[in-house]
Design a protein. Structure first.
Length: 656
């Protein structure tokens, strides 16, 4: 890729936005940073951690010769570091957002690239400060050579001084900041940077800061006269060949992002990804890109080789955002009016792509106004891989140590055949049951973030051999215990079910036939299993009516309950309920009676089996609110094993 001469005005704007961080009482500077929105400074977490580890509320200073007067007081707003992290900070966690204490300070802000593709900058610029000279400005040209995971960038041949960590990395071809300088290489030239999509890990704060960034630039700031970021980007070839209305210009981008900043958030990753994909003509973005979390991120998916696609793709996307927001009861009138006005510059032959834009399947409103509240509240479980995303955890006991597990997390996003593995630990000594949730916590959070929406958290299904069905996965917690407030169980937050790991691969005929009969049944019935006073028999489960659901008042992984569960599985049953917490040796007791009655009521209320996981979740929510540890459903688990979406069949692994 050819090098472009650096625009002197953009160079000056980047310098104006770059600052250094130092202690409030004066002394040696800690590192560099840069303004990304009014009052907001982005830097590296490792610049601040040595000084704020014991007191994150500590006030420190932001300095720059472009701010005028004394350094400005500031405080850490958030960083991405794990609380228990002790060693070198990984690339994806080495970011921090700092907030000025004075809201009235005027300053320059960099333009943050929205393009989701990894930067490929030849002759990129790094800006920062070094301690020598009190502090002294420093900059250098670099070439990004390789990528380090999803967020890391590596470059060579430049000797970086101490203090520049946290400074901006500018792509001169687009006139946009694309990364944050992380570190120099010890005793060697070169260093590393953090690509901007890592900012998305800040969650709600990311959405807030980027919206303020887009509004500030959208207001056409004039701190540097008429040579604004966007005005100068207009003359850069890689910012878009924008000489005709059919092409998307930096001015178009600024207006669109400013208007999108005023639209309520999408409520999750799936709406953004689906709308952007439809605007791309149904073609997925190239490569493996970080999950889009804001409407701005979706705009950033409409690039090819770092250049914007034709204007019609962006207008189509913006119109889809309008339709999605209207479907949620919003009124994005300003965005809609701007799209209509901008559409006049596009050839009429393609107008219908925008004017007749329709939301993709899965984002259409399912129920209209006036639908009963009870019906609206129940989320149907995705069937046969359609109707929504699902996160699956597979727990495989080691053959020579059945009390330890390998694990794999898969995501089915509802839009494609099969599922994709996103994390695993399938080697070594395995994981003990008591350590499982600690190992699974972070990858599960990441998986959920990729598919959840505000209105529909993805279900969690845990696949285990039947001998381990009494693992109370609905009581797992993704937040550490011991905080000020006890966090709710996963089974309260989302639908949590179990699957039989031994049913991997193509579904057998009995399982499929039994499932189809259950889905077609006019009513569902709770059937005690085993029958009181009788030993479990395969024949009993095979002869049950299509709408019958086995209900065990005892654990399903051992003893009589285990024999009953194995018989139910062999007979093809895909839905069952059981109590995971034990059973008295001398016959049933009051809780068994309550379980059968409660299960009968649960099944009687459901109009079809797809409602059962969410109805059980709602009962768990009531238990959490009332703190009723004796409730019949508190220890109940649910098998929900859909042969239309079987677990992938793969060769079992074990430690050598």
């Amino acid at each position: 890729m050819p090098e472009y001469a650096h625009d002197p005005f953009i160079d000056d704007l980047a310098r104006s936005a770059t600052v250094h961080l130092l202690p409030a009482g004066g002394g040696t500077m800690w590192g560099s940073g840069f303004f990304v929105a009014p009052g907001w400074v982005l830097t590296c977490a490792h610049v601040l951690r040595p000084h704020l580890a014991r007191d994150r509320e500590q006030v420190f200073h932001i300095g720059s010769d472009r701010l005028g007067g004394d350094p400005l007081p500031a405080r850490l707003a958030a960083w991405l570091i794990d609380d228990d992290l002790r060693d070198d900070i990984p690339v994806e966690q080495d970011l921090a957002l700092v907030r000025l204490l004075d809201d009235d300070v005027e300053h320059e802000c960099v333009w943050l690239s929205d393009c989701a593709e990894p930067p490929a900058a030849s002759g990129a610029m790094v800006y920062g400060f070094k301690p020598e000279g009190g502090p002294e400005r420093w900059h250098s040209s670099i070439d990004i050579r390789t990528y380090d995971g999803s967020y890391g960038l590596r470059f060579t041949e430049v000797e970086f001084p101490k203090g520049v960590s946290g400074g901006p990395v500018l792509d001169p071809q687009t006139g946009a900041v694309v990364a944050v300088m992380k570190s120099r290489r010890i005793e060697r030239d070169g260093g590393r940077a953090i690509a901007l999509p890592a900012l998305r890990r800040f969650g709600d704060l990311y959405r807030t800061v980027l919206a303020e960034h887009d509004r500030w630039h959208g207001a056409e700031p004039r701190l540097s006269g008429y040579n604004t970021w966007v005005a100068r980007q207009q003359n850069l070839p890689a910012a878009g060949l924008h000489h005709t209305p059919e092409q998307w210009s930096p001015y178009d981008r600024r207006a669109a992002l400013n208007l999108l900043a005023a639209v309520p958030g999408p409520g999750g990753v799936p709406p953004v990804a689906k709308l952007a994909r439809k605007a791309r003509g149904g073609i997925a973005p190239p490569g493996s890109l970080p999950d889009p979390r804001t409407w701005r991120d979706g705009h950033g998916l409409l690039y090819e080789a770092h250049r914007p696609m034709p204007a019609i793709a962006f207008l189509h996307y913006l119109k889809l955002v309008v339709e999605y927001e209207r479907g949620r009861g919003g009124d994005p009138a300003r965005l809609d009016a701007w799209v209509s006005e901008r559409l006049r510059g596009v050839p009429p032959v393609v107008h219908t792509v925008v004017t007749e834009a329709r939301l993709p399947e899965g984002l259409l409103p399912v129920l209209g106004p006036g639908a009963p509240e009870e019906v609206l509240a129940v989320l149907p479980y995705p069937t046969g891989g359609r109707g929504g995303a699902v996160v699956t955890v597979e727990l495989e006991p080691l053959s020579d140590a059945p009390d330890r597990f390998y694990w794999r997390i898969r995501v089915h996003d509802g839009d494609r055949e099969g599922s994709r593995p996103v994390a695993e630990e399938c080697s070594g000594e395995g994981v003990a049951p008591g350590e499982l949730i600690r190992r699974l916590r972070r990858p599960l959070i990441t998986a959920f973030q990729s598919v959840d929406t505000d209105d529909c958290p993805a279900p969690l299904e845990v696949a285990l051999p039947a001998d381990h069905f009494d693992t109370a996965v609905h009581r797992w917690q993704l937040t550490e215990i011991g905080r000020l407030y006890r966090p709710p169980y996963l089974g309260v937050q989302r639908r949590v079910v179990l699957r039989d790991l031994d049913r991997r691969g193509e579904a057998d005929p009995d399982w499929r036939e039994r499932w189809d009969g259950l889905m077609a049944a006019e009513e569902l019935a709770a059937v005690p299993a085993p029958l009181p006073g009788k030993a479990p028999r395969l024949r009993h489960f095979a002869e049950l009516e299509p709408g019958a659901v086995p209900v065990l008042c005892r654990p399903a992984g051992r003893g009589v309950g285990g024999a009953a569960m194995r018989a139910a599985l062999e007979a093809g049953h895909g839905v069952a309920l059981w109590h995971t917490d034990g059973h008295p040796e001398q016959g049933c007791h009051d809780l068994c009676v309550a379980l059968r009655a409660g299960a009968a009521d649960l099944l009687g209320q459901a109009k079809d089996p797809t409602e059962l996981p969410d109805r059980l979740r709602r009962i768990r929510e009531e238990i959490s609110d009332s703190k009723d540890a004796q409730h019949w459903a508190e220890g109940v688990a649910m098998l929900y094993d859909d042969p239309g979406r079987p677990l992938p069949d793969y060769e079992r692994v074990d430690a050598p």
